[in-house]
Design a protein around this ligand. Structure first.
Ligand code: IPE
Ligand code: IPE
Ligand code: MG
Length: 246
């Protein structure tokens, strides 16, 4: 077997990488610290990975930051995560602006505390003209929530006779999801050793390559991202065809 190449092929950089940032709590507990310490360190990892993704030429980085199921955590942890979100947006905004990062949010923003909604709206507004990379934060997000909303919206249009049933196509469904302006991810990364999707982007990941690492999120950085992209580049994406057709 030939050794894995160590240099990224710049012609095969995924346009969109989706990331399930997992393992903050375990990372902290292994160090005898509170889970919140792991979340705080996780913000440093976000900063580094965003910079690395931009340097590799990735156009969209989607980070799963808070799922609809995460409301079931102890209230103190949920409150701390919401405060961390507001503080991080406030602190990072000048740097996001400097780096040309456009911030967008997918998820049920209206279900977040008002303070979070305000800082997110201000972050999105400040960065809306930026073009270097789009940072998509999945907050109060779950794929089943998103697909349910999509079905409701399409059904309403059919009921109002704005849409015919046979006009419902995969492309039409895509255009009614929160990711309507974003290409589907080519690569999904999940840290911390869990091999599951946890209600993330079920529709959009239909043909994504999956990459799992045991590294906990606070330890994930530029080299880890590069390793994930190298793995992606070594794969043959057949989309149902056979090798000889590619
Ligand atoms: C990911 O780390 C962050 C969020 C889900 C908000 P976890 O908090 O899930 O950490 P583990 O999986 O318990 O270690
Ligand atoms: C998935 O991680 C959600 C986020 C990373 C925001 P979880 O830690 O909540 O997922 P499960 O509970 O292990 O599936
Ligand atoms: Mg977890």
């Amino acid at each position: 077997m030939s050794p894995e190449p160590k240099v990224l092929n710049n012609n095969k950089i995924p346009r969109h990488i989706a990331l399930i940032m997992d393992g903050n709590g375990r990372w902290a507990r292994q160090r005898g610290e509170q889970r919140l310490f792991g979340h705080t360190k996780g913000v440093d990892a976000v900063r580094e990975v965003l910079k690395a993704a931009k340097s590799f030429g990735v156009s969209f980085l989607t980070l799963y930051a808070f799922s609809t199921e995460n409301w079931n955590r102890p209230k103190a942890e949920v409150d701390a995560l919401m405060n961390l979100l507001v503080d991080s947006i406030t602190n990072e905004l000048p740097e996001l602006q400097k780096q040309g990062v456009k911030l967008i949010v997918i998820g049920d923003i209206k279900g977040l505390p008002v303070k979070c909604q305000e800082s997110l709206r201000s972050g999105m507004d400040t960065t809306k003209e930026n073009k270097e990379i789009t940072l998509v934060l999945a907050l109060n997000y779950s794929a089943k929530w998103e697909i349910t909303e999509c079905v409701r919206e399409i059904s309403l249009k059919v009921a109002k006779k704005e849409l015919l049933v046979n006009e419902i196509t995969p492309a039409l469904i895509s255009s009614h999801l929160t990711t309507r302006d974003i290409p589907d991810p080519e690569l999904l990364i999940r840290t911390s050793g869990e091999h599951r999707i946890s209600n993330f982007l079920l529709w959009q990941l239909a043909y994504a390559e999956f990459y799992f690492t045991d590294t906990h999120w606070p330890d994930f950085g530029k080299e880890e991202l590069k390793a994930a992209i190298l793995s992606y580049q070594s794969r043959e994406r057949r989309f149902g065809m056979v090798s000889e057709q590619l």
